[in-house]
Write a protein that binds this ligand. Structure first.
Ligand code: NAP
Length: 281
């Protein structure tokens, strides 16, 4: 649709940003809801971030999504933070509101919404989390939102997992444990989440034996390139319910769209298909 002089403007800042699916995703919703607005990719170098954000604010942008490598810098530049950004230590949504830079984080809520859409409710049960980076941090918050009673974390670098537990404990009701090994963590788990980059295109595969995981456990992989990772393929073959990483990507975008354009968008199978057309699956 064509834009008027009053179009609402937003975009995504990152470096590089050419791989981002966000412009395609938001363009779908803008068209679907007939909104007078635009969402543009904004390749911004680290050293230019503050200056570019200042310019976008002055040019009347409603805000921007923030992706790698700027999430921590956007956190530091925010004048106000929501609880999720505070807990995540990172901002993926920056709004220019009433002259104030307001940092939010929608990753944890996005993963929680994706798991809820798959009817996963932990209800005091155990979850196992692989990884201790930024995605693992968001995953801890999401698992807590879903009511996990205990979360067992394994990571190549166990010291980093222990640091993550110490950092996140104040924000999490669930009991956090650093597991000695995957088998110990997986036993009695209702959900396994991969928040490492293993299994992603160009990365080594995640080689795990799922023997210790109860048959009733679900498996979620945050990696979405490829969409069906070897972990999900192996899990499906063993009869586990599996949830791919595209759901998180779609659901984390919805609150951004609502904040930019004032419409709560729906995550639909058609939207998923629209993105699958450009994902090399
Ligand atoms: P990160 O901060 O760099 O963390 C990477 C994690 O992977 C660390 O736990 C690291 O372990 C582990 N790892 C990397 N290489 C490994 C190897 N060779 N062997 C064992 N462990 C290894 O990355 P991130 O931002 O958390 O992202 C992790 C993944 O989540 C990425 O694939 C990303 O695409 C995906 N993600 C998906 C979504 C979504 O919307 N679906 C959102 C965010 C992220 P060490 O600590 O030992 O280095």
């Amino acid at each position: 649709m064509s834009l008027s002089g009053k179009a609402r403007l937003a975009g995504v800042v990152g470096w590089p940003v050419g791989h981002s699916l966000s412009p395609r995703l938001h363009a779908y919703w803008l068209k679907h809801y007939g909104i007078d607005g635009a969402y543009v990719p904004l390749p911004v170098r680290r050293e230019d971030l503050a200056m570019v954000l200042g310019g976008l604010h002055r040019a009347g942008f409603a805000g921007v999504n923030v992706t790698i490598p700027h999430k921590e810098a956007a956190f530091a530049l925010s004048q106000r933070l929501d609880d999720a950004a505070q807990a995540a230590g990172a901002v993926n949504l920056l709004l220019f509101r009433d002259g104030v830079w307001e940092g939010r984080n929608t990753d944890a809520a996005g993963l929680a919404a994706s798991l809820r859409a798959a009817h996963i409710n932990l209800a005091g049960g155990r979850a196992t989390l692989l990884g201790a980076g930024g995605a693992a941090r968001a995953s801890l918050l999401a698992l807590d939102m879903l009511g996990a009673g205990e979360i067992h974390i394994t990571n190549r670098n166990a010291g980093r997992a222990a640091q993550l537990c110490a950092l996140m404990a104040p924000y999490i009701k669930a009991k956090l444990h650093v597991a000695e090994n995957f088998e110990q963590a997986a036993a009695h788990s209702a959900l396994l989440v991969n928040a490492t980059s293993l299994g992603m295109q160009g990365q080594p595969d995640l080689n795990l034996s799922l023997e210790a995981l109860p048959n009733s456990a679900a498996i979620c992989d945050l990696v979405y390139t490829p969409l069906e990772t070897s972990l999900l393929r192996q899990g499906r073959a063993r009869g586990h319910q599996v949830v791919d990483g595209l759901g998180m990507l779609l659901h984390q975008a919805a609150p951004s769209f609502a904040a930019f354009y004032g419409v709560e968008p729906e995550v639909t199978p058609e939207l998923r298909q629209w993105l699958l057309e450009v994902l090399q699956v």
